[in-house]
Structures are given as structure tokens and as C-alpha cells.
Design a protein around this ligand. Structure first.
Ligand code: NDP
Length: 456
């Protein structure tokens, strides 16, 4: 049987390395080990937990070049983006090491009589199911806060980034993490959902597609376990008539093309008011049409491959179906004629309800352009989406931007910047984009037992 867990270089579509799925015995030993590790880890001091995270962070930085190359090899993002991802991941580890104790401090209540405190206690072994689009960052933002809490981690990574998955586990080993604190599982997605019923696993967190999220959350619901889901998005990028157009267009390119468009919070729907629509579209097209296509390992490349051949086939199909139902292609629209999972930078216009691009998430370098009458129409269109992850508003009037932000039905709204992520900003969505929050102080509160201790 053909291996499902493997490295395929998307710049060439060649299989580089295959891995075997773990046997039932190995998986049982992993869960046993994670539970055993928890029995000790829950008793450790914050200092001990922080020291470990700082060590892993410093190893990450030391090996930045090797790790970044692994990311680019397995999922094709530009090498400098991979390097940035390693830096951000190390920053997340340090951030929770530095602030975890404060975030988790006892909360002293003021009851009518006697004493009461809320103590943040760990809950046990957690299962993380993570995607390929940011193989280190996605893991860092789940594992770091929870290790600080005192929980232990089983990690099922996407099947196309096995070498990144193994490298993360190795970093913990090299940092002398206790055996069982962080364990990588080479298993399929379905198998991950099946594990949720194991009584030693106390909570699950998934970043990925709606289907995978629904499958894992269904298992969590059936087994009465807490879950956090970070799913797709179709962020609006709203341009109002008073925006600084040159800066806005620069951000539009970054917002759509970063990570070859494969971010849950990529700017996907460009909603521009009539007064500046032509100017925006002309400048946006100019910039997208000059991106230099090439090998993602080459520092001059500006447009690399998608993460896999399947991803490229899927987005080309979305474009074709959209055109068949009335959308127009202003730029691109086809696969690039070279080996690998390449797709042209594309702009679609004339998208109305019924066109697939209207409601489907476009996970790649394809921008949807919408011309609207005014601010009110922009807000209405932005909210007409099954997703509710991020979004951005471009205007020179910050107060106006904040008022518009208030009316956008998503978990995050950025003014004069595409939706972005930093260790100290909460991240997460509403509607079909999932629930729960990661990063910042909020991200450490998801898998804790907020235990009341009462003295009468
Ligand atoms: P998936 O959702 O299939 O993959 C994400 C993770 O979920 C992987 O580890 C995957 O494992 C796992 N998984 C898959 N099926 C199940 C299941 N039934 N139960 C539990 N875990 C499961 O994403 P794809 O790679 O297929 O990408 C498809 C689409 O998902 C994208 O086009 C995009 O729309 C969205 N996506 C969103 C991301 C985000 O950042 N929010 C990231 C990635 C994808 P395995 O690899 O073994 O299948």
C-alpha cells in the first residue's frame, strides 16, 4: 500500500521520503507515556516549565536555517517566510515561558463571606491535530501555553510535513524534556479522531479544514471533551475612499500572497468602494503580474508552488467552476507551465452569489475582487460569508475604521494591515471558522480547570 505520510517536494512533485504509520502498540505506548509524564509534569514549578520552553526556543533559533529548509522542502513556502516562521515560533515559546505564571496566577474573589480563589489547574494529556501551512507556528501556539499549564502533548501533524513533525519532537528531546511530555504521532486524520475516545486524552485542538474540524469535534462531543477549532476563513479586505492607495495595494499583495495564499487569515475578498475601485484594481493587477516565479529555496523567488499537487488542482478547479458560472479572470487563472504545484497569481472579478468563489475559501494565490457602492455595502458583503475569522479595513480615518470594525462579524479585525498574528494578540474566529482562542493570555486559558477553592 502506498504510504500516506510522506515528504513530496511541491516544487518538483517528487517523493523525497516516506514514513510508516505507527502500529496500535506504538500508539498505545505513546498515550501511556503522555499520561505518565502528566502525573509528574503537573507537579512541576512554573520555573521548570519555563526553562524547558526557553531551551526549545533557543535550539530553534540555533537551527533556524536547517529547520526553515525543511519547511520549504515539504510544503513549498518561500525560504525567507520559513525563516520568519521559525523566529515567530521561538518567540511564542519565550512569550509563554515569560508570562505563563502571571497569566495562570490564582484569582482571589471577593465573596459575601469567607474566602474564595480560582486556581488554574492542568487537565491532562491533550491531542493536537495540526496543518501543514505553518508546520512550526501551528504547533508552537498550541504546545507552548499548554506545557506551561502543566498539560502534556500528543501531536498528530499533517501527513505531508512528517520531517517537520519529527524535527519538533527532536527539539524537545534535545532540550531534555521529560519522556512523554511531547510525542509526535505518525497516524492518519481519521485515526486521530478515533483516539479521542481514549479516557487518558482530556482535550483536543485542531487547525485545518471544516471537515477535519467537524470530525474531531464530533468525537470530542460524543466523549464530552473540550475542543478548540481554528478552521478556514475568507477574510474581507475593505478599501474605503479615503485609504492611502499605494500602501493599501502593497498590503493587498502581502495579505493575499504571503505563504502563497495558504493562510486561514489571508486576505481573500477584496471589497473596494466604487470611488477608488478602478485605481485599486489597476495597481493591484500591476503588482501581482510582476511577481517572479521560481524555486522557493531561491531568495529571488516571489511566487513559489502551492503545498501539493492536489492543492493546485483544487484551486484551479475552483477558478474554472467560478468562470463557468459567470466570474471573469482579470489576471492569471491557470497552472504555470513548469514542473511542480504552481498556480498563476490570479484576480477574479464579477463574482455574485452562486459563483463558487463567492462562498468557498480560496486557499492559494487567487484574489476575489468586489466593487461596492459605499461603506455600508462593503460591510454587508464582508458579513455575507460562512466564515468569521479575520478581516481588514483600509482608511485614513482611524475612528471610522473602528466603527466599521465593530460591524464586522469575525474574531479579528485589523485597520490598515491585513489580518496578522503575533504571540501577544489573540487569534481565533466565529461562525464556521471555529471557536476558542489561541495566543496571548486567552490562549493559555483553554485547557485549564478553573478550580474554585473555598474557605467558609
Ligand atoms: P485538513 O483539514 O485535511 O488537514 C489538517 C489536519 O487535520 C491534518 O493533520 C490532517 O491529517 C487532519 N485531519 C484530516 N482529516 C481528519 C479527520 N477526519 N479527523 C481528524 N483529523 C483530520 O486540511 P487539508 O490539508 O486537506 O487542506 C484542505 C483545506 O483545509 C484547505 O484548502 C483550507 O481550506 C483548509 N485549511 C485550513 C488551514 C488553516 O490554517 N485554518 C490549514 C490547512 C488547511 P492528514 O494530513 O493526515 O489528512
Amino acid at each position: 500500500k502506498e504510504a500516506t505520510i510522506k515528504t513530496v517536494n511541491p516544487a518538483t512533485n517528487e517523493v523525497v521520503k516516506s514514513f510508516k504509520e505507527m502500529t496500535e502498540q506504538v500508539i498505545e505506548a505513546a498515550i501511556f507515556g503522555a499520561d505518565k509524564a502528566y502525573q509528574n509534569w503537573k507537579k512541576t514549578s512554573f520555573d521548570e516549565r519555563a526553562n524547558l520552553l526557553h531551551k526549545v526556543a533557543s535550539l530553534m533559533r540555533k537551527k533556524k536555517d536547517t529547520l526553515a529548509k525543511l519547511i520549504t522542502l515539504e510544503m513549498g513556502k518561500l525560504l525567507k517566510e520559513s525563516q520568519g516562521e521559525i523566529d515567530l515560533s521561538a518567540d511564542i515559546l519565550d512569550y509563554y515561558a515569560d508570562h505563563g505564571e502571571t497569566f495562570l496566577a490564582d484569582k482571589v474573589l471577593d465573596p459575601e463571606y469567607g474566602e474564595a480563589i480560582i486556581r488554574n489547574s492542568p487537565i491532562g494529556v491533550l491531542l493536537g491535530v495540526m496543518p501543514w501551512n505553518f508546520p512550526f507556528y501551528q504547533v508552537a501556539r498550541f504546545a507552548a501555553p499548554n506545557i506551561m499549564v502543566g498539560n502534556t502533548i500528543l501531536l498528530k501533524h499533517a501527513s505531508n510535513v512528517p520531517q517537520c513533525a519529527a524535527a519538533i519532537e527532536k527539539l524537545f528531546k534535545e532540550a531534555e524534556a521529560p519522556e512523554g511530555l511531547y510525542t509526535n504521532l505518525f497516524i492518519t486524520g481519521k485515526h486521530a479522531s478515533a483516539l479521542v475516545s481514549d479516557k487518558r486524552i482530556k482535550g483536543v485542538s485542531l487547525t485545518g479544514s471544516e471537515e477535519a474540524g467537524a470530525s474531531l469535534a464530533e468525537a470530542a462531543g460524543k466523549n464530552l471533551k473540550k475542543s478548540v477549532l481554528e478552521l478556514g476563513g475568507s477574510d474581507a479586505f475593505i478599501v474605503l475612499e479615503d485609504a492611502d492607495m499605494d500602501k493599501t495595494v502593497e498590503w493587498a499583495v502581502v495579505g493575499r500572497m504571503n505563504n502563497t495564499g495558504q493562510c486561514c487569515v489571508a486576505s481573500k475578498r477584496f471589497i473596494v468602494v466604487e470611488a477608488v475601485a478602478d485605481e485599486f484594481l489597476k495597481k493591484f493587477k500591476e503588482k501581482l503580474s510582476t511577481l517572479k516565479v521560481g524555486d522557493p529555496m531561491d531568495e529571488n523567488t516571489q511566487l513559489g508552488p502551492l503545498s501539493s499537487e492536489e492543492a493546485a488542482v483544487h484551486i484551479e478547479d475552483q477558478v474554472k467552476r467560478s468562470v463557468a458560472s459567470g466570474a471573469k479572470i482579470l489576471l492569471g487563472g491557470k497552472r504555470i507551465d513548469r514542473k511542480g504545484a504552481y498556480m498563476e497569481a490570479t484576480i477574479l472579478t464579477d463574482i455574485i452569489p452562486g459563483v463558487p468563489a463567492y462562498y468557498e475559501e480560496l486557499f492559494g494565490p487567487v484574489a476575489s475582487f468586489y466593487r461596492v457602492k459605499d461603506e455600508a455595502a462593503a460591510i454587508e458583503l464582508a458579513n455575507d460569508s460562512p466564515f468569521g475569522l479575520g478581516g481588514s479595513i483600509f482608511t485614513n480615518d482611524i475612528e471610522r475604521g473602528k466603527k466599521v470594525a465593530d460591524q464586522i462579524d469575525t474574531g479579528m479585525v485589523f485597520i490598515n494591515h491585513p489580518t496578522w498574528t503575533k504571540e501577544d494578540l489573540p487569534f481565533g474566529g466565529t461562525k464556521r471558522s471555529g471557536y476558542g482562542r489561541e495566543l496571548s493570555e486567552l490562549g493559555i486559558q483553554e485547557f485549564v480547570n478553573k478550580k474554585l477553592i473555598r474557605v467558609s
